[in-house]
Design a binder for this molecule. Structure first.
Ligand code: ATP
Ligand code: MG
Length: 311
């Protein structure tokens, strides 16, 4: 069925357990008290799906998730936003679902992830005709999709041949290698959405301007997220810097994934690169106003106040 969804996503889902107020250097064998705690939907792929859907984009999501309580809560969060979950695989008796524990220290954070079931999804878990039934396919967290990775070039090629546009946000490579299928995927995707450190590591350049120039020779549209400075976007040799919105963040967890959602929502409306990036900045800023990457998008009052104000 053609264009059943605006966007299809195959990727990881897990909860974030966020602790605030802990010291950056933590002595062993001491009881350290956090000042606050939040349990929320995390993981780049699921955050992008959740926030796209909150922006009115129809999303079909495939994941492999354990049948444990954390997996159930995570899936419920997507269901609340009406993300289509008909092809989600609940696995019984395999690895438990993954989890991320974040220690938020002002602008910086420790990010501790147990991959669990999220690293076990393979091409066999994917219904390709379901994924092809969107206008656009997005992939996040390339280096966490360990079992899926080898098949991604052929999956991307098939979806491209079916007429979908493709976007990729690698997020961090925990091994710091930036290799494997990445080069091949960059030669296929339409949109690449790294942050500044990732752009520099992947291109081998020392500064973000040289990095985006090098990446824009390989990918038609590149947006590099630069934290509180905003985002750079480049198409061919034309480049725009879009400053971040002025906000006082609760935390910036998931801001990059929220940027992706804002950028893609505008892209799917046919907007120009600079207005896609401005939309990314706006939605990322909204994300920072509540804990984690999805709580702002569950607060309809906040969304109602924030989006018209800066839209
Ligand atoms: N302090 C801030 N104030 C306003 N906007 C911010 C702030 N920090 C980040 N942003 C917005 O969030 C976007 C993404 O941030 P960042 O560069 O941290 O991405 P990331 O490292 O990919 O994040 P993630 O941890 O979600 O993967 C920025 O481009 C900007 O629009
Ligand atoms: Mg990111």
């Amino acid at each position: 069925m053609k264009n059943r969804f605006d966007v299809t996503i195959a990727g990881e889902i897990n909860l974030d357990l966020i602790l605030y107020g802990l010291p950056e250097v933590m002595p062993l064998e001491r009881e350290l008290l956090a000042s606050n705690f939040q349990l929320t939907l995390g993981s780049s792929s699921a955050i992008v799906a959740h926030n796209l859907a909150a922006l009115g984009v129809s999303v079909g999501f495939i994941t492999r998730v354990g049948d444990d309580a954390l997996g159930t809560i995570a899936i419920e969060r997507l269901a609340e936003r009406c993300v289509d979950l008909t092809c989600v695989k609940r696995v019984h008796g395999g690895k438990a679902g993954g989890v991320t524990i974040l220690l938020n220290h002002g602008g910086k954070r420790h990010i501790l992830t147990y991959l669990g079931a999220m690293s076990e999804m393979t091409a066999r878990d994917l219904d390709m005709s379901y994924l092809a039934s969107g206008r656009h396919f997005h992939l996040s967290s390339l280096f966490l999709q360990k079992a899926l990775q080898p098949d991604l070039p052929s999956i991307f090629r098939r979806l491209k041949a079916e007429g979908l546009t493709l976007s990729l946000d690698t997020n961090d490579d925990p091994e710091g290698r930036w290799d494997g299928v990445l080069d091949e995927l960059l030669s296929i995707v339409d949109i690449f959405l790294p942050n500044e450190n990732e752009a520099c590591a992947i291109s081998g350049k020392a500064d973000v301007e040289s990095a985006i120039d090098a990446l824009a020779r390989r990918v038609p549209l590149v947006a590099v997220k630069c934290g509180k400075r905003g985002a750079l976007v480049q198409k061919g040799t034309r480049r725009w810097m879009l400053p971040a919105e002025a906000v006082t963040p609760v935390d910036t967890i998931g801001a990059g994934d929220s940027f992706d959602a804002g950028f893609l929502a505008a892209y799917l409306h046919g907007e120009a690169p600079e207005s896609c990036a401005a939309s990314g900045d706006r939605i990322a800023a909204l994300s920072t106003l509540r804990a984690g990457g999805t709580e702002s998008f569950r607060d309809s009052e906040l969304m109602g106040e924030f989006l018209p104000r800066v839209g």
